[in-house]
Design a protein around this ligand. Structure first.
Ligand code: CAA
Length: 261
């Protein structure tokens, strides 16, 4: 597949997968999500002696600033909204289940769907300008790519509630303290640190690493309905007036006036 929105660079068996939409702070449009999904299903097979994947964003301002809000216009039914959420779930689940380590190298804004992309990676390395937040409630939404389920597993329920409801931005050091990021590093070293970890893992037994990934992921899979609930809530919220107002306010660069409808 000829990718239009992501770059694939092979550095001695470590793939650097860059979300490459810097004009939109690397926001995830649907095409980008399918390309990420395609890479983890089929694209990786073209890489010889693959050791692991580092995911990052183009430029130094943003890792990924969320799902592409401009693509939300035109969604009229809960089914359409849920389908959008489900696409993200499928691609990100595939990445989480990938048999080689996947590490997010976060060098700037890591927001909404971008935070969810990072949370679906096995580890996260935060540069000193990294900022993590779920701003969805400012748009009349909630996370749609499984963030509501993955976040509390790392930070606990109370902190997850605080982050999801206040939209507060978490900086690199605090992200490590909370268990969101594995390490914080000086700006510009996020990819190198990720490669260093993948190179270390590459010296271990590959089948054992694949089983570690499967097993730790099984711990997370509690067969809860939270996942379905999130997909359905996302679809429902996309049909509310508050969501239309929140996204219009973002695009028109003004404050939102929510009515609770
Ligand atoms: N979707 C689409 N475009 C986006 C975007 C997004 N998520 N985030 C930024 N952009 C675009 C802006 O519209 C702008 O484009 P124009 O130059 O054409 O106007 C460009 O990127 C640069 O952004 P700003 O001018 O806004 O940059 P800034 O430095 O003033 O602000 C920011 C940076 C605080 C990250 C701000 O861009 C912002 O708040 N972005 C939106 C963040 C957000 O709400 N993310 C959640 C999306 S919803 C979601 O992700 C749902 C889900 O779970 C599936």
């Amino acid at each position: 597949m000829d990718y239009q929105n992501i770059l694939i660079e092979n550095q001695n068996g470590v793939v650097i997968l860059t979300i490459n939409r810097p004009h939109a702070l690397n926001a995830l449009n649907m095409a980008t999500i399918s390309e990420v999904g395609h890479f983890f299903e089929l694209g990786y097979k073209e890489i010889e002696n693959l050791k692991g994947v580092v995911i990052t964003g183009a430029g130094d301002k943003a890792f990924v600033a969320g799902a592409d809000i401009k693509e939300f216009t035109g969604i009229e039914s809960p089914e359409q909204g849920s389908a959008l959420a489900r696409n993200g779930h499928v691609a990100f689940d595939r990445m989480e289940q990938f048999h080689k380590p996947v590490i997010a190298a976060v060098q700037g804004f890591c927001l909404g769907g971008g935070f969810e992309l990072a949370l679906a990676c096995h580890m996260r390395i935060a540069g000193e300008k990294a900022k993590f937040s779920f701003p969805e409630v400012n748009l009349g939404l909630l996370p749609g790519f499984n963030g509501s389920q993955r976040l509390p597993m790392l930070v606990g329920k109370a902190k997850a509630f605080e982050m999801l409801m206040t939209t507060d931005m978490i900086k690199a050091e605090e992200a490590v303290r909370l268990g969101i990021a594995n390490h914080h590093v000086i700006q510009g070293e996020e990819i190198n640190k990720s490669i260093e970890i993948i190179e270390k893992i590459a010296t271990k037994a590959p089948l054992a690493i694949a089983e570690v990934i499967k097993t730790v992921n099984a711990y997370q899979n509690k067969e809860a309905d939270g996942t379905e609930q999130e997909i359905n809530s996302f679809g429902y919220l996309m049909t509310t007036d508050d969501f239309k107002e929140g996204t219009a306010a973002f695009i028109e660069k003004r404050g939102a006036n929510f009515k609770g409808k």
